[in-house]
Design a protein around this ligand. Structure first.
Ligand code: XIL
Length: 504
């Protein structure tokens, strides 16, 4: 143990990098070519758009709070000075409110920061100061008072203050610690990707990135333009990369390879994809049309990513989560309904046909440690392997300290590894019911065990990826599943992952 500790300390010193640091910062929105993280706050209906004149518009509103909003990683106790200009052309005078929606432990609450009245057609400044409270998330937005259906524009949004947490200590770097074994990656969502300080911190730790949502069909399939193309050809598909752009730009600029997630999935895929003319009120398309759309979609995604980011995406999840829970059959979903049981095979066939040379194709799924699902996954992999269309399997590994238990994880890993496919741990996170010392220790232990397992297959493993970096931004934030806490401080789990590599 003593030798190990010495090794560990040496390793830590060798690879120490500064942790997440904050600086006084200014944020300014430039709406000349993109919305820069601003989105419509509404329960549906409202949408934001670039006006073309350097401002952002919001339309389709039906409540005063429907508005343009954006996430900001504010730090509790810091004061922020915020200003923007608003304009409306529909009523003699309209009242605007600059507000913040903040969330603590999943509960959202609101504060008004500043008020302004804007006469018809006049750009009007709205400005105020806000001292951040203790919350997990902040959304700044501009709403109205008494004009719920009004369309309006906003420009020159400016925020000055201290973004985000300060931390002094130097810590080891995961990508350095695992350098000779395999890339160590993380998922990154849009609101993280637009935060350069945060991305620089990620780049000091990780050498593989995956957009958490932004390469899913919901983000990539351009339904409006597909609809237009469908008038002539119902198999045509239009795509865009707007949501993924900040992350892909960062990865490209910093030479960090990307794993693409995901081409074909039963979730986060527009329902319109499956309907004639991309119209929800029309019937489902035929198997033939859907297969053609699938092929065109896969072809288009490979084409647009290669055109805009040549060589950046080294591997893709072709199909995600096709196997049922509690059974070894395919789950029911629109793909299965419209195409049939061979939709997974067809997706891999098309992916193989259009993937650039050397890009690895993965089937990705969760709960691999559970039977009979595990058998379903293995059978599916064998079918794909026989066709020569799959390169590897991605174990999501969304675990909890109480289940499924390390023994089951190891057994599943070894069974899939025996197929001689490439392997990834694609979405690692481990939930705990509360941040007690015992829970944090149990979490660290499981992380350490999983990493040692991956290390024992290092020749076969193409990457290990955590599903997010800091607990507050995790998709399971209430159960603190990641390696860093909300302040960006490394948790015991982080050190267990570092230590696993030093024990090899
Ligand atoms: C999750 C994202 O992290 C969330 O932000 C989103 O709301 C839902 O999807 N398995 C997957 C991932 O393959 O795509 C999922 O990501 C988590 C489970």
């Amino acid at each position: 143990m003593r030798i190990l500790s010495v090794v560990l300390i040496c390793l830590m010193l060798l690879s120490a990098v500064p942790a997440y640091a904050s600086e006084p910062a200014e944020y300014e929105s430039d709406f000349s070519s993109w919305a820069d993280g601003w989105y419509a706050r509404s329960t549906g209906g409202a949408s934001v758009f670039l006006t073309g004149g350097g401002s952002l518009g919001v339309e389709g509103r039906s409540a005063d709070w429907h508005s343009m909003g954006r996430d900001f990683p504010l730090t509790a106790g810091e004061t922020y000075h915020i200003s923007a200009s608003v304009r409306q052309n529909d009523v003699d005078e309209a009242r605007f409110v600059l507000s913040v929606a903040h969330t603590r432990a999943g509960a959202e609450s609101y504060e008004n920061i500043a008020f302004a009245s804007a006469k018809r057609g006049e750009w009007t400044e709205i400005s105020g100061a806000y001292t951040a409270g203790v919350f997990d998330r902040f959304v700044l937005y501009i709403e109205t008072l008494g004009t719920p259906a009004l369309s309006y524009e906003m420009k020159d949004f400016h925020l000055a203050g201290k973004l985000p947490v300060q931390q002094q200590a130097d810590i080891p770097s995961l990508k350095e610690v695992y350098k000779t074994r395999f890339p160590f990656g993380t998922a990154v969502t849009y609101m993280e990707a637009i935060n350069k300080t945060r991305m620089d911190f990620y780049a000091s730790q990780f050498n593989l990135l995956t957009p958490g949502n932004e390469l899913k069909p919901d983000s990539v399939l351009d339904v409006q333009n597909s609809k237009k193309l469908a008038v002539k050809d119902d198999t045509a598909v239009a795509v865009h990369l707007f949501a993924a752009k900040p992350m892909l730009d960062y990865a490209k600029a910093n030479g960090i390879p990307v794993h693409g997630h995901v081409l074909v999935w039963y979730q986060q895929t527009p329902e319109a994809f499956f309907h004639e003319g991309y119209e929800l009120f029309k019937p489902l398309v035929s198997r033939e049309v859907m297969l053609a759309r699938m092929e065109h979609y896969i072809q288009a995604v490979f084409r647009i990513t290669e055109e805009q980011y040549p060589g950046l995406i080294v591997s893709w999840d072709v199909v995600n989560e096709a196997v049922n829970d509690g059974a070894s059959t395919l789950r029911d979903c629109q793909w299965k309904t419209v195409v049939g049981d061979d939709y997974v095979e067809r997706a891999f066939e098309y992916a193989r046909k259009y993937a650039p040379e050397g890009v690895k194709l993965y089937y990705n799924d969760y709960n691999t440690a559970y039977e009979p699902k595990q058998t379903g996954i293995v059978n599916l992999l064998k079918t794909l392997q026989a066709a020569g269309t799959v390169d590897g399997y991605g174990f999501q590994m969304h675990h909890d300290i109480s289940q499924p238990g390390y023994a089951a994880i190891e057994k599943a890993f070894k069974r899939v590894a025996a197929l001689s496919l490439r392997l990834r741990i694609s979405e690692l996170d481990v939930t705990i019911p509360g941040q007690t010392e015992a829970n944090l220790a149990a979490q660290a232990k499981l992380y350490g065990q999983v990493m040692k397992l991956a290390l024992s297959f290092a020749g076969q493993v193409e990457g290990v990826q955590v599903w997010g970096v800091t607990d507050d931004l995790s998709w399971r934030a209430r159960q603190f599943p990641l390696l860093f806490d909300a302040k960006g401080e490394p948790k015991p789990a982080f050190y267990a992952v570092v230590e696993a590599a030093s024990q090899e």
